[in-house]
Design a protein around this ligand. Structure first.
Ligand SMILES: [Zn+2]
Length: 371
């Protein structure tokens, strides 16, 4: 139903606009104009003033012409490096680079898919519920854009992110949330040979605490890791200070909270038992989510995939996406595979068939949401 020539032209146009993460200003202007010409009223937040990014997140709203849940589609506008001066060409059914840069199909294929779907929707006068398109900055720099977004601008009942590997048909129905912890343990220095009994070894405190906590694969939803351990100065000094970096992830937020508590309290308990002190600096990164097939957003996603003649393939992700953030703000959201390949490398490529299919999928989601 979509216009293949038109989406390909727009995709090629978008990938040739430099938008390495933190340098999104130029593409944001283009995207704002395009959204406005598609009939959206476009707002932005103030994330550029709060982060190192040069543009704001865009929130574009299109009023519904039919009943149905208000839906959100989202992609990110930034790319990884090296992403400047992309020279795309078409080879054997793929859009490829000249080998000196990434392509930026991650995530511009998603953006092109949404835009072409909306253009088709308008052209063919198809009914649709209220649609919000959210285009974020700073996804590649650790979800910085979405994590600092002005969530009061979000207006949907359910969300569909177009930013996952896997062919069209793949649906990420669970994603791990994450906490990061920096633990600082202060012991007491002493001469290791002369009067070690006067010292309190921060290394001993930390290692006893670590041995008490569950780590690695905790259960099917949850993982935890000590990623860095630094401290100590010399053979002959009882170590008075160590710093430990750790993380916990879980698809289930209650399990995530419980795991973080086990880790921080192990440090606190052992520190107190051995007369040391400890500070845990716990940083929430983003929420986890896990849907079963009774969840409306997943039902719609599955039905939409079938509507475009693909087999739904449900997957989980241990990494984060903007979808985690939307879920954390109470908008149940799934992430769709859109077929891009070898992302974050100079071999990144986009199968034309998947580009077209991804756009058809957006139309199918909209059709599924009309009541
Ligand atoms: Zn991406």
């Amino acid at each position: 139903m979509i216009n293949q020539e038109r989406i390909l032209a727009e995709f090629l146009e978008l990938v040739q606009i430099d938008s390495e993460t933190k340098e999104e200003a130029a593409i944001a202007e283009v995207l704002k104009d395009k959204l406005a010409s598609l009939g959206f009223s476009v707002e932005e937040d103030d994330v550029a003033s709060k982060t190192e990014h040069s543009a704001n997140n865009l929130f574009a709203n299109l009023e519904g012409t039919a009943k149905g849940p208000a839906i959100l589609f989202s992609c990110h506008m930034d790319t990884v490096v090296p992403g400047k001066g992309v020279k795309p060409s078409i080879k054997d059914g793929y859009v490829v680079t000249d080998g000196t840069t990434i392509l930026g199909a991650d995530d511009k294929a998603g953006i092109a898919a949404i835009f072409e779907a909306i253009r088709t929707l308008k052209e063919k006068n198809l009914p649709h519920p209220s649609i919000q398109v959210v285009l974020t900055v700073g996804e590649e720099s650790g979800l910085v854009g979405s994590r600092h977004m002005d969530a009061s601008k979000l207006k949907a009942e359910m969300g569909f992110i177009l930013d996952s590997t896997g062919k069209v048909g793949e649906i990420v129905k669970a994603g791990a949330g994450q906490y990061r912890i920096v633990t600082k343990i202060h012991g007491k220095a002493a001469h290791a040979g002369v009067n070690p009994e006067d010292g309190i070894s921060a290394i001993t405190v930390a290692s006893k605490a670590i041995s008490r906590m569950p780590l690695g694969r905790i259960d099917e939803d949850t993982t935890a890791n000590i990623g860095r351990f630094e401290g100590g100065r010399a053979y002959n000094i009882v170590t008075d200070y160590v710093e430990i970096w750790s993380e916990a992830r879980s698809m289930v937020n209650e399990k995530l909270e419980a795991q973080v508590k086990k880790m921080t309290s192990a440090f606190e308990e052992v520190a107190s038992e051995l007369g040391a002190t400890c500070e845990n600096d716990v940083k929430f990164m983003y929420s986890g989510y896990k849907f079963d097939e009774s969840t409306p957003v997943l039902q719609k996603a599955i039905a939409a995939v079938k509507r475009v003649d693909r087999e739904p393939k449900l997957t989980s992700s241990g990494g984060g996406s903007d979808g985690n953030v939307f879920n954390g703000h109470g908008i149940p959201s799934v992430n769709f595979g859109i077929g891009y390949e070898e992302i974050h490398t100079k071999n990144e490529r986009m199968p034309l068939e998947e580009l077209y299919k991804a756009s058809e999928l957006v139309l199918a989601v909209i059709a599924e949401c009309v009541e």
